[in-house]
Design a protein around this ligand. Sequence first.
Ligand code: ATP
Ligand code: MG
Length: 349
Amino acid sequence: MLQLSGEKFRLHDAYDRLIIEPSVGADLASIEAKASRIFGISAYEVAHSTKPDLRHITDLSSRLLKASGIKALRINSHRSYKQFKFDSMDIIHKVAERASSLGIEPRVKGFDGEIFISVTKEKAFVFVNKRKGAGGLPVVASGKCIVLLSGGIDSPVAAWYAMKRGLTPVYMHVHGFASNKEAQESKIPRIISILSGYWPGQRTYYIPSHVFQMAAIKAKAGRYELVLMKSFMLRLARQVAGKEGADCIVTGESLGQVASQTLSNIAAEEDAIEMPILRPLIGFDKQEIIRKAVEIGTYEQSIRPYRDVCSINARNPATSCGVKVLRGIAKEMKLDAVVRQSLKKAQVQ
Ligand code: ATP
Ligand code: MG
């Protein structure tokens, strides 16, 4: 399991569940933090193992319960190897006895914690409280996407939702710096590194915007510059998708959030793209997006000061561009040639 690489553990498939067994010297907190971010897992357990006999099971349970802070306990036991002299009820009784002696009340209802004991032929696994996994689908289940990543709050959240539904992201960032190196030393790689906690190992395309900026000034794009910039980015993403074998493009747009995110502008931007463009946040309020950004850990980096190329262009943008107008200016400024030239200046990391 790639997300847990670097950790000391063994994985077990005990009947229908995934059990993570920390090895000697393992960092339990780090394993748990990483495991809770793996998409496609609805529940997981970090388990300790011992010999499959009553004394060892009770001793290990006692040790874990002492550290758990549980006051009222439900005890669950499952024995997949039926040849032992004891059965699940014997285990429950013994552990209940030990819990009582620790001042923990065994209960079937109204408990504040649970212990799970799973006995196989070779080992007994004991874990306290079942952890909720990240849900969703395993990443790589749905194909590859190009994520248009800005330095803002929204696009990292959109990337997270894309990964949640099984898409492997390749990131693309358009920057206003004089060199790609400056963009690579900005907060963008830090945001990507946080997202990589959910699925590591993707590439990032850093692409300068100056070829576009020059052409837009020459063509007197004016209030249409922002819509053209989006069209430029989507055309770039389409080319990158071709190189990467990606099947779709993901953006952090949500309808009506800012003046430029109107249906008419969105329609103009995506003209000529001929690839699905997914906008996972289309119906989200800003507050909902912020809450999610805090939860997934990207918020803090996203609010750091950064001059995104879109915010530079955002003064008094056209709210209703229309496909025809955009096609006219795109032709005049030779937008597709601008895309090709800009791609040549890209750096992939
Ligand atoms: P965000 O919070 O993601 O920056 P936003 O609310 O600022 O979004 P816009 O500036 O309209 O909204 O950007 C909409 C989307 O366009 C972003 O979510 C992102 O997918 C894409 N985008 C914006 N700027 C860039 C950029 N510099 N490089 C790549 N994609 C970008
Ligand atoms: Mg932005």
